[in-house]
Design a protein around this ligand. Structure first.
Ligand SMILES: Cc1cc2nc3c(=O)[nH]c(=O)nc-3n(C[C@H](O)[C@H](O)[C@H](O)COP(=O)(O)OP(=O)(O)OC[C@H]3O[C@@H](n4cnc5c(N)ncnc54)[C@H](O)[C@@H]3O)c2cc1C
Length: 486
């Protein structure tokens, strides 16, 4: 049997492991941490359940397709609920609630700007066309050649690759609150909306068209489902297994070193952060220099707080965005002039509002996230200072006192991203999807210097986020199959 060693156990590695095992490969996963899931792990403490990374379950079709490829359905593993409302946005002078249907969203747009529902329907209909092209055609390509991007559909939309989402939204909507609402989805791609091609409006269709879902028990249920599927297909999963080296002999990898032990393998696939994976090779076998990585636009890092409250909270939904300060000023502090933001925007989720399994009775599980530039100074004092800022704002905007009801609190920031995941500069969501960092312009799935060595995950093709990471695993598995059959 052909042996494949996979580094890491995030979404991309688990996905690749399942596809390869299904094809008859002998697959072993080596994960440095003591549990699987990577950035999507979960903390369960004092009755509270916190997903420590992803919380927005978007693009349910991609998850379904993944399980269908193995003759299964998401339903075989977890229960999905469509959230209603999907989320709420707090602005300085108003709140916008995004419902679970286009009709409800159109009503809300009309309330803010009379006549805005008409351009909204048109915008989302175009976004849906882009979604169909992106998801069914483009993201399934391995990013090996620019020709992959040239299709009848993309040629007729070429202008959408050179205009930005920001300019397209501003052309159709004038109200700043509606503009921020429509620019929010592309933030998942890791760059400023003014640097993200308007073709990526497919994220708006994912948001308004497909909706926001919640797997009962939290996002970690998806990791558990993929882990169980992998095991049922014969994958061996090793935790507390940090890979120390990728061995190369005569231009081809013949295995890895884990906790001092050499594991002979026919193929090695790394789902760990790409730049870290290359440091496991001797310098002559690395494809990308420090200067290369340093020039790239990385998605933000984050300051995160996992907070347990001893009461139920009011005036909030499952997902809440606090856009009550200047969006542009915060984006500048992340991308243009990296520094701790003066007036941070932040995001909070309370999964226990819709899912009682996530918190003890009459308690609330809260996850607070401030996006920040990668590699900022990270100290306990700074973390506490920002916690105080956002809790004060949270209390004011939601008109309730919560500070004295905190019975659990942990934080996670740049230092933890580096230590826990070997993350480059402590990035949270990998490398941004800008025009110059799309498809064949991203770090390669296949090493150009070492035969039989492959990469997967949010720093390579197609990009950051859970659905793209699942697809990335499939693409890497397909390349390995193709290589072996040649
Ligand atoms: C705070 C946060 C919020 C997010 N929110 C969302 C969201 O709401 N929706 C969404 O779709 N996406 C979201 N994302 C992005 C999403 O979580 C990621 O894109 C995805 O989980 C990345 O998966 P991956 O397989 O590429 O990498 P990872 O999950 O990082 O997996 C890599 C694994 O490799 C391991 N590893 C590293 N070095 C070694 C080594 N030497 N040996 C062995 N193992 C090693 C790491 O421990 C890790 O387990 C969020 C991310 C974060 C951090």
């Amino acid at each position: 049997m052909t042996k494949v060693s996979i580094i890491g156990s995030g979404f991309s590695s688990l996905s690749a492991a399942c596809y390869l095992a299904k094809e008859g490969y002998e697959v072993s996963i080596y994960e440095k941490n003591d549990t699987v899931g990577g950035r999507a792990r979960q903390i369960k403490k004092e009755g509270f359940t916190f997903d420590i990374g992803p919380s927005w379950y978007w693009m349910p079709d991609i998850f379904e397709k993944f399980f269908n490829d193995f003759g299964k359905s998401t339903k075989d593993f977890y229960k999905l609920d469509k959230l209603s409302p999907a989320y709420k946005i707090f602005f300085s002078d108003d709140e916008i609630t995004i419902g679970d249907t286009m009709d409800k969203i159109c009503d809300e747009f009309e309330r803010i700007e009379t006549g805005s529902s008409k351009p909204l329907r048109k915008f989302i209909s175009q976004a849906q066309e882009n979604y169909d092209i992106a998801i069914n055609k483009i993201v399934l390509k391995p990013g090996l050649s620019p020709l992959e991007l040239i299709t009848k559909d993309t040629v007729t939309r070429i202008d959408q690759f050179f205009k930005t989402i920001s300019s397209q939204v501003r052309k159709n909507f004038k109200n700043p609150k509606l503009i921020s609402t429509l620019e929010f989805p592309v933030l998942f791609l890791g760059a400023k909306p003014s640097k993200t091609p308007s073709f990526y409006s497919f994220m708006n269709f994912a948001d308004f068209g497909l909706g926001t879902w919640h797997p009962k028990g939290g996002m970690y249920e998806v990791i558990k489902a993929m882990r169980d599927l992998a095991k049922s297909l014969g994958v061996t999963i090793n935790t507390n297994a940090a890979v120390e080296e990728i061995n190369v002999l005569e231009g081809r990898t013949n295995g890895i070193v884990v906790n001092g032990e050499t594991i002979i393998s026919d193929y090695v696939l790394s789902g760990a952060d790409y730049c870290h994976s290359e440091t496991l090779l001797k310098p002559e076998f690395r494809q990308y220099s420090d200067a290369y990585w340093n020039k790239k636009i990385f998605a933000p890092s984050s300051l995160l707080f996992y907070v347990g409250f001893d009461k139920k909270l009011s005036n909030v939904e499952h997902h809440n965005l606090f856009f009550d300060t200047d969006f542009e000023a915060h984006a500048e502090d992340i991308y243009d002039n990296p520094k701790w933001p003066e007036k941070p925007l932040f995001y909070v989720n309370f999964p226990s509002i819709t899912d009682v399994t996530m918190a003890p009775n009459n308690c609330e599980t809260g996850f607070f996230l401030i996006p920040i530039a990668p590699d900022l100074e990270d100290t306990e004092e700074l973390r506490q200072q920002y916690f105080d800022i956002i809790i004060d704002r949270f209390e004011r905007k939601t008109a309730q006192k919560v500070r004295d009801n905190i019975i659990f609190k942990e934080s996670f920031c740049v230092k933890d991203f580096k230590k826990e995941y070997n993350s480059y500069k402590g990035n949270a969501y990998g490398m941004a999807n800008t025009l110059m960092q799309t498809a064949f312009l991203r770090p390669n799935l296949k090493s150009k210097k070492v035969k039989n060595l492959y990469f997967t995950g949010q720093l390579t093709v197609p990009g950051p986020g859970v659905p793209p990471s699942i697809i990335s695993g499939k693409l890497a598995a397909d390349l390995i199959k193709k290589h072996q059959s040649n």
